[in-house]
Each structure stands twice: as structure tokens, then as C-alpha cells.
Design a protein around this ligand. Structure first.
Ligand code: HAM
Length: 409
């Protein structure tokens, strides 16, 4: 027996039913909001991430699955979608507005625990080529609606602005100065970051004491970033999307500017509790080789965490299970099942048509059917026996009535 690798999962029934609902909801919503489908490579040049995500980030420093391929190139299993999607935008000409939706596994070498996996699944939106705050609001609203649609309760949204790169020069000096003064109270990780990536110290869980009094980017926004943030906020207010300002939210990836955000839920509490996050990342395209700036904003939602916060299945998975009482009626039952499926009903049956009716009822219960229709001696008169599993009620009805019943359920 060769077991699966640590931090990876086999997602099988019954859990996979939630996944199906989540992925379907994402797909529906992406289409409704005008995002086209993007299917991206799972493997990219290592340099794409070291330059795009940032040399000094936790992801690049410690978590990437990087190896040399047989041609001697350094390649990396994608730890996220954004850098690859921006690469594809530049590579295909990089013009105008492009809105893309992607879904797939990501890879980060983490210490595995609930909701923190080495292979995990993201659904992702990228809104490329638009600098207006309306784009930030759209991806935030989308994420909120997605969580709502799949039944996540107690949805929370943390929002912040970290300003533009130019505003950050002055702010960075100020923060470094403050952190140096408090150096002796800082964790070793934070001390190391003072020079390389001081902003990241703001969300260091080990340094909350020091961080509490640190200057925050929100108090040092340039006029344009400040106006952008205030417009985004009023649009969110107008849409009735509740949020809280978290001035210490900085995110773990280096490409962001202006708006950043994270979603959480009171029904999923873990050390790593954000169900999704994102923000504006105007600097990214030029970091990875674009000759002109590409304003953009996006979000990635973590499916492995969202499914923990989703309610179980209330509804029946199948509209009907067709049981065959008389083996000779197998051809007729085959055709009826096919007809019902083509009309859009969710139907299953015992394709071998050889088990006892009792065994077929067991199967119907196991796969969550709402009712069982028994094809038997009355079939020649157009009748079947319909048993509603929830109530136990059973009656002879015509095949047309079965359809009517399923429609009205
Ligand atoms: P991120 O915050 O690194 O952002 O990841 C987004 C979400 O992916 C997290 O909020 C979490 O739900 C999930 N996630 C991350 N790591 C793990 C893990 N090890 N196990 C399970 N779930 C995980 C990004 O990836 C950015 N690319 C988001 C973005 C898109 N920004 C702009 N566009």
C-alpha cells in the first residue's frame, strides 16, 4: 500500500458533493459577472514567482515546490494563479480589459493542518486592465455573493489600503525607524524583515505588542490612493456589503498596492482562517516584464476552507430512483430513464436490472433519492408505483404524473 502524500487529499463522496456545489456556483457566478474561463499551466518558470510574488515572501522563501526539470530549467508548481495569469496576458499582447476566471489546485509546502494543505484548490478571478475602484468593488462583491450562495454563514470582510508604491517609500522609512527602535521586543523573523520586507511585520502574529503602536499605511496614503479607497468604500456601502477596516492587513504576497482584503467566516475558525483574499496589484505586470503598466485587481478563494464552512446537503441528490421489479421490462426502463435524464431530471437506477426490489430500495436510500418509481406489472397500462422516501407514501401513478411530481418538488 502506497499512501497519499502528507497535506494532500482524496476528495470523495460524501464530501465531494459540497465541492460540486461550490464549483458550480463559482462557474455560474463568473459567467453572470462577465468573466471568461482561463485554464492555466500548473507549472511555470521559478523566476515568474520569485519576481512576481516576491523574493522575500514566505511563499517564495519557504513554500514552493521547485525543482530542476530534465532540461536543466528551474520550474515550480504554481503556488497561486495571479502571476501566471498576468504572464499569459502579457504574452498574448497585453491590451485592454480582460476578465478571467480560473479554478484549480495550487501547491505550497506548508505544515499541514485543517484547512492548510500542501495541495489546495483555489477559485480565482482576475480583472486586468482596469484602474477604477469599481473593479476592486466588483471582485469583492463577487466573492461575497459566492460565499452567500453556497450558504456560508457569519461572513466577514477585512479591508485595507496599503497605498501606492510611491507613497510607500516614505512610509517604509517611518516603519523601519519605528521597528528598529523596538528591535529588542521583536521576534527573530520580524527582526530579519526590518530591512527586507518591513510591511510584513504588521501581520506577524508573534509581534502583536509592537505592531499595535506601529504606524500603518492607511495613515500615509497619497491623495490618489486615498480617493480610490474612499470611492471603493462608498460603493461597498451602497451594495450593502459589510466590512471592517483592518489597518494592519497587508497580505503575504508582494505585488499589491491600494485595496487589499480578506474574507473569513464565524463557521470556520482555524489558525489560518481566511476563506479568500486578494487586492489590487498594479505593479505586478512590470515586475514580470511588461513594458507598460497594467492596472489589475483580483481575488482567490480557498475551496478547502470554504467547504468546511458550508452546510451539509439538505436537498436530495437525485429526483428519482427507478427500480425494476420485472427483469423483462429492462429495455422499457432503460428508455424511460434515458428520457427523464434528457429532460434534465436527476435519475439513477440499477443498470444491471438484476437485484431484488429490496436491494434497489437500499441503493435508492444510499444515494439520496427523493422517491423510487417501481417499474412492474402495471407498466403496460402506463403506470408505475411511486414511493416518496421521506414520507413513505406510495401510490400508483402514470409516468406523466411522475414527471409532474418531480417538477413540483
Ligand atoms: P492567498 O491569500 O495566498 O492569495 O490565497 C488565497 C486563499 O487561498 C486564502 O485565503 C486561503 O483561503 C487559500 N489558501 C492559501 N494557502 C492555502 C493552503 N495551504 N491550504 C488551503 N488553502 C489555502 C493568493 O493566492 C492571491 N493569488 C490572490 C489574488 C488573486 N490576489 C489577486 N488576485
Amino acid at each position: 500500500m502506497i499512501p497519499r502524500l502528507k497535506g494532500t487529499d482524496d476528495i470523495l463522496p460524501p464530501q465531494s458533493e459540497r465541492w460540486r456545489r461550490l464549483l458550480r456556483a463559482f462557474d455560474d457566478l463568473a459567467e453572470r459577472y462577465g468573466y471568461d474561463l482561463a485554464l492555466m499551466p500548473a507549472i511555470e518558470s521559478t523566476e515568474l514567482f520569485s519576481r512576481g510574488v516576491g523574493e522575500t515572501t514566505e511563499v517564495v522563501e519557504k513554500q514552493m515546490y521547485t525543482f530542476e526539470d530534465r532540461g536543466g530549467r528551474s520550474v515550480t508548481l504554481r503556488p497561486e494563479f495571479t502571476a501566471g495569469i498576468v504572464r499569459s496576458y502579457i504574452e498574448s499582447g497585453g491590451q485592454g480589459i480582460v476578465k478571467l476566471a480560473a479554478a484549480g489546485p495550487q501547491f505550497r509546502y506548508e505544515q499541514p493542518q485543517k484547512g492548510r494543505r500542501r495541495q489546495f484548490f483555489q477559485v480565482d478571478l482576475e480583472y486586468l486592465g482596469e484602474s477604477a475602484p469599481g473593479a476592486d468593488v466588483e471582485v469583492i462583491e463577487f466573492s461575497y455573493r459566492l460565499l452567500e450562495m453556497v450558504g456560508v454563514s457569519g461572513i466577514g470582510l477585512r479591508l485595507n489600503s496599503i497605498g501606492d508604491s510611491a507613497d510607500r517609500v516614505a512610509y517604509r522609512n517611518l516603519l523601519q525607524e519605528y521597528l528598529r527602535q523596538r528591535q529588542s521586543d521583536l521576534s527573530e523573523d520580524a527582526r530579519r524583515r526590518i530591512d527586507s520586507n518591513p510591511l510584513r511585520v504588521l501581520d506577524s502574529k508573534a509581534d502583536t505588542e509592537v505592531v499595535r503602536d506601529a504606524p500603518v499605511p492607511l495613515d500615509h496614503l497619497g491623495p490618489e490612493a486615498a480617493q480610490h479607497f474612499s470611492r471603493a468604500r462608498s460603493a461597498l456601502d451602497g451594495l450593502g456589503i459589510p466590512y471592517e477596516i483592518d489597518p494592519r492587513l497587508v497580505r503575504g504576497l508582494d505585488y499589491y498596492n491600494r485595496t487589499v482584503f480578506e474574507f473569513y467566516s464565524s463557521s470556520f475558525e482555524a489558525a489560518q482562517s481566511s476563506l479568500g483574499g486578494g487586492g489590487r496589484y498594479d505593479p505586478l505586470a512590470e515586475l514580470i516584464g511588461s513594458r507598460h503598466p497594467v492596472p489589475a485587481v483580483g481575488v482567490a478563494m480557498g475551496c478547502d476552507r470554504i467547504v468546511h464552512a458550508m452546510p451539509g446537503v439538505a436537498e436530495h441528490r437525485l429526483d428519482l430512483y427507478v427500480a425494476v421489479a420485472d427483469h423483462d421490462l429492462t429495455p422499457q426502463a432503460t428508455e424511460w430513464v434515458s428520457r427523464l435524464r434528457q429532460r434534465g431530471f436527476k435519475i439513477d437506477w440499477d443498470a444491471s436490472a438484476s437485484r431484488s426490489v429490496k436491494a434497489q430500495f437500499k441503493a435508492a436510500n444510499r444515494c439520496g433519492a427523493a422517491a423510487v418509481a417501481i417499474v412492474g406489472s402495471e407498466w403496460s397500462r402506463g403506470l408505475v408505483s411511486l414511493k416518496v422516501l421521506e414520507t413513505g407514501e406510495e401510490r400508483q401513478v402514470s409516468v406523466e404524473e411522475v414527471e409532474e411530481w418531480m417538477k413540483q418538488r
